[in-house]
Design a protein around this ligand. Structure first.
Ligand code: CA
Length: 587
């Protein structure tokens, strides 16, 4: 009854306003329309910057909860989602493939969709979901069994469903889809199971598949149901049949650069992790580069053709996935550039025309696997002796030489998105300072089984902190300020024109910092670790800030000694929305 009543209340609300749902124009202008948030990244360029400044560095101390919403039930675990705001409703995904529509004024639930997940799903790194996409009146999100679901945004009723890939073979899905010219575009997850990374485009209104683009060389793409072109050149950078289960999961989704008309997706680690099995071990002759794993890729949204690539970690051997988000910005000389902070510990600036290398600088300390990035070629200058050893060299053919590598495989930066403020010109990067013992082992591919050929133990490298929020000047690669956190940072970052930077901590806080100096100005304890992505919007003249709370993600599952160090953290599952009471907003 409650559900029916609320649904009719929404219809009454709807009848008083004229809307045809989210348009291409809404999506294209999301970064500047402050009354709604209809894209992942708070705008297609993923800058996570809001021009709002009613909440600013002078009054943020007065920020208090407006409402909180429990995601309920026994299903807790990590809440990594970015909420969307449209037409008075917050749409937010939860752990275990759930989606909630919440009245943004009251915090009351309008509807919820709970995907029925089969037994035997294989998510590598917690049962998270990072968000949904809206087009027209359809809200679309992906589920842990590698499906896409389109729901009527007013009722939560299923409009269409489609399968991305077979979950039994290790495929899953966790990223926020993107919408470009009426297409919904998605990646896939499962790089630890020897799946093949792919980007797919469907008609957002019907779910009809338009094109597919595998990102590992040798695999065939499709367009309108027919074979299109092969990715790369067969066996150019992969030995034998290893490309067939070559990984490169496009698990963090992608973005659309409206200026160049190009999709930009990242591809994760080549599979298996043991680089010697992929010819990537001994020689730097290009034959073991394993394209397009550990790369950023520019893709034509009309037909799925790859137009450019830049590989951050050729000959990858540490699980340095190349999936991190790519953010367009303008440098000090007025050049249109991309910035991306890679799992391998380097902050890259690329050319937006073709993804060409411009510069790279380390953003975490004590990197072991490379001395730096060659300024001319953009290739790493390897420390070959920091590559985990070939098991074939071990006396019994078992475990290869163990090395201690920095960053750990969870990365100088993992999935959690950075923000860029055009006001300060800085990037705000949620990074972690940690390392790992890593070694290689023999492995062969078996469908649905882990395909690593590696073992590992993650360890802190400093006594007093792991997490490090850094403000980085992309013109110099230098860190302008740094905030150190005891536990590893795992939440998204947001910057605002109010000279503020927001992010969350596993210790449970949502925090606000001065964007210029890094001074902590405000914090609020949400009751569980914050690994979600903050957003802000204005409604009826007031600015709101929201974030999901709920500790989880990859750290408790894979963090080794770090996981033990933070095992005291409590799980949860809630949304928090904040505002400044009107009487205090000018104080
Ligand atoms: Ca990986």
């Amino acid at each position: 009854m409650k559900r029916l009543f609320l649904a009719s209340a929404v219809c009454m609300l709807a009848s008083t306003t004229v809307f045809a749902g989210v348009t291409e124009e809404d999506i294209a202008n999301d970064a500047t329309i402050t009354s709604q948030v209809v894209t992942n990244g708070m705008g297609r360029h993923l800058q996570r910057f809001s021009p709002l400044k009613s909440i600013n560095k002078d009054n943020v101390k007065h920020l208090v909860p407006a409402w909180s919403f429990s995601m309920g039930g026994e299903k807790q675990r990590g809440n990594e989602a970015q909420p969307l705001i449209y037409d008075g409703v917050m749409y937010v995904t939860g752990s275990y493939s759930r989606l909630y529509a919440i009245d943004v004024k009251t915090g009351e639930e309008i509807w919820q969709y709970n995907a029925r997940l089969p037994e035997g799903i294989l998510p590598c790194c917690d049962v998270v979901n990072r968000g949904a996409a809206i087009y027209g009146d359809t809200i679309i999100f992906g589920t842990l069994d590698a499906r896409l679901v389109g729901l009527n945004r007013k009722t939560g009723d299923v409009v269409w469903k489609d399968k991305i890939a077979n979950y039994k073979a290790g495929y899953s899905y966790t990223a926020a889809p993107i919408i470009v010219n009426g297409l919904v575009i998605t990646g896939n997850s499962g790089g630890e199971f020897g799946i093949v990374g792919e980007v797919q485009a469907r008609k957002a209104e019907t779910g009809e598949l338009v094109w597919t683009r595998p990102v590992i060389e040798g695999h065939m793409g499709t367009l309108n149901g027919k074979d299109s072109t092969m990715t790369g050149t067969l066996n150019a950078t992969w030995p034998g049949d290893m490309w067939k289960n070559g990984g490169g999961a496009t698990w963090l989704g992608g973005s659309y650069d409206a200026d160049t008309g190009m999709l930009v997706f990242g591809a994760g680690n080549p599979a298996p992790w043991n680089s010697w099995l992929r010819d990537a071990g001994s020689k730097d002759d290009g034959k073991g580069d394993n394209l397009y794993a550990a790369s950023r890729i520019g893709i034509d949204p009309a037909n799925g053709e790859i137009k450019w690539h830049y590989q951050t970690t050729p000959r990858e051997g540490w699980d340095y996935d190349g999936v991190n988000e790519v953010i367009p910005f303008v440098d000090k000389d007025g050049n249109k550039r991309y910035a991306t902070a890679d799992r391998n510990g380097f902050f890259y600036v690329l050319d937006r025309k073709d993804g060409g290398f411009v510069s790279a600088s380390p953003f975490v300390k004590n990197i072991t696997w490379a001395k730096g990035i060659d300024e001319k070629t953009g290739r790493p200058i390897w420390n070959e002796d920091n590559r985990p050893g070939d098991p074939k060299d071990a006396a019994d053919g078992g475990k290869g030489k163990v090395v201690f590598s920095v960053p750990s495989f969870l990365g100088g930066k993992n999935w959690m998105p950075m923000a860029h403020s055009p006001d300060t010109g800085l990037f705000y990067v949620p990074s972690n300072e940690w390392g790992m013992d890593i070694w290689n082992e023999p492995v062969s591919y078996k469908e649905g089984a882990a395909y690593l050929g590696s073992g590992f133990t993650i360890k802190p490298i400093f006594d007093d902190y792991i997490g490090s929020l850094k403000a980085i000047d992309p013109n110099t690669g230098k860190t302008v300020w740094e905030y150190k956190n005891d536990a590893p940072l795992w939440a998204g970052v947001m910057a605002t024109a109010g000279d503020l930077v927001f992010t969350g901590t596993p210790e449970g806080y949502l925090k606000a910092f001065d964007a210029k100096t890094g001074k902590e100005l405000w914090k609020f304890q949400t009751g569980s670790g914050v690994v979600g992505q903050p957003i802000t919007w204005d409604q009826d003249g007031e600015q709101f800030v929201a974030v999901a709370s709920g500790w989880g993600g990859a750290v408790p599952l894979w963090g080794g000694e770090v996981a033990k160090k933070v095992s005291y953290l409590n799980q949860g599952g809630s949304i928090w929305v904040f505002k400044i009471p009107q009487m205090l907003s000018s104080k």
